[in-house]
Design a protein around this ligand. Structure first.
Ligand SMILES: [Zn+2]
Length: 321
């Protein structure tokens, strides 16, 4: 069995266009990220667990003057500029944390855009979105020397995926709901996940030859009215994943867990559950039953097996000869 873990790393950028960032900033959440995430980053490196970090690239700019907003429009631009003006540096910048992340080369850096725009916002159109992704790729290349091969869409809104894949060749993590279109009431969804476990990640080729992969479960139970049920459900899902790693018929399964790093701190019990999962999964890894891989490795493995891709590579080599 293989396990992919992806982090949506955004600090306050994820809610920069609402008042929520002020609430979270006042609660000390982002200061806690700077104080406590280094221990998690160290743990992942010490255990040699590679993770896909989908970063909002503006976290790499500690000077607000370096942050581009000219491509944005209307109220979205106003709220981003006001956020830049009013927020604390610890809420919008994480240069040291990201430098610590990239010092472990096995971690993958993916993009989560530059300002975290989402297409359902009335001021976000395709041009704005494409520019935002381009800026993020440029900054990650310039400031980290990494070339992202994957994108995680803010709020899972993949409206412009076709254009993104065509122009930038990026693969993506997509919400399984996009494929399943399940209309099950929430309580039945949880009951079904407790009984059947989380769905394995579906990994597939998109129309531009990019790799799409669905998430299996959000590693978090915080928020909403059903927090208690979610907590129970997540624990049941994790138990099922770990148990099924020993079953030969599950050998080829991939499970993709994702979370926001601040989820580990907002409720410390989420952080404890995460560490506990890593330790148990590491035990299975030592027995050769489980492997941690990044989204990029997962995509490369699919491409290596794909006949279409082999033909394409052959054609490229023939043309080069
Ligand atoms: Zn996000």
């Amino acid at each position: 069995m293989k396990v992919v873990i992806s982090f949506d790393f955004e600090l306050a950028w994820g809610v920069a266009d609402s008042y929520e960032w002020e609430v979270r900033e006042r609660s000390g959440l982002y200061d806690a990220c700077h104080a406590e995430l280094p221990a998690y980053i160290r743990l992942l490196e010490e255990m040699s667990v590679p993770v896909t970090w989908a970063i909002v690239s503006n976290l790499l700019n500690s000077e607000t003057g370096h942050i581009q907003t000219e491509h944005l429009k209307g109220r979205y631009r106003e709220s981003v500029e006001s956020f830049l003006h009013c927020s604390k540096p610890t809420s919008r910048s994480a240069v040291d944390l990201i430098k610590q992340v990239v010092s472990f080369e096995q971690h993958e850096i993916a993009t989560h855009t530059a300002t975290h725009p989402y297409p359902s916002h009335c001021d976000i159109d395709e041009d704005v979105y494409m520019d935002d992704v381009r800026i993020s790729l440029d900054d990650i290349g310039l400031l980290l020397g990494r070339v992202p091969t994957n994108i995680v869409y803010p709020r899972d809104e993949a409206h412009y995926h076709k254009a993104i894949a065509k122009k930038f060749g990026l693969g993506a993590r997509i919400n399984p709901k996009i494929l399943r279109r399940s209309n099950l009431p929430r309580i039945l969804k949880y009951t079904s996940e407790i009984t059947n476990g989380a769905p394995p990640s579906r990994v597939m080729l998109g129309m531009s030859g990019e790799v799409l992969q669905t998430g299996s479960a959000l590693f978090n139970w915080y928020g909403g009215r059903a927090a208690f049920v979610k907590r129970f459900c997540l624990k049941a899902i994790l138990r099922k994943i770990l148990i099924s790693a020993s079953e030969p018929r599950m050998e080829k399964d991939i499970y993709h867990l994702w979370l926001h790093p601040f989820n580990l701190l907002r409720d410390r019990a989420v952080g404890d559950a995460f560490k506990c999962f890593l330790i148990q999964a590491d035990g299975l890894r030592k027995k050769g039953l489980l492997e941690f891989i990044t989204m990029n490795q997962c995509g490369q493995e699919l491409l290596a097996e794909s006949d279409l891709h082999k033909n394409y590579k052959r054609l490229c080599n023939d043309t080069a000869d």
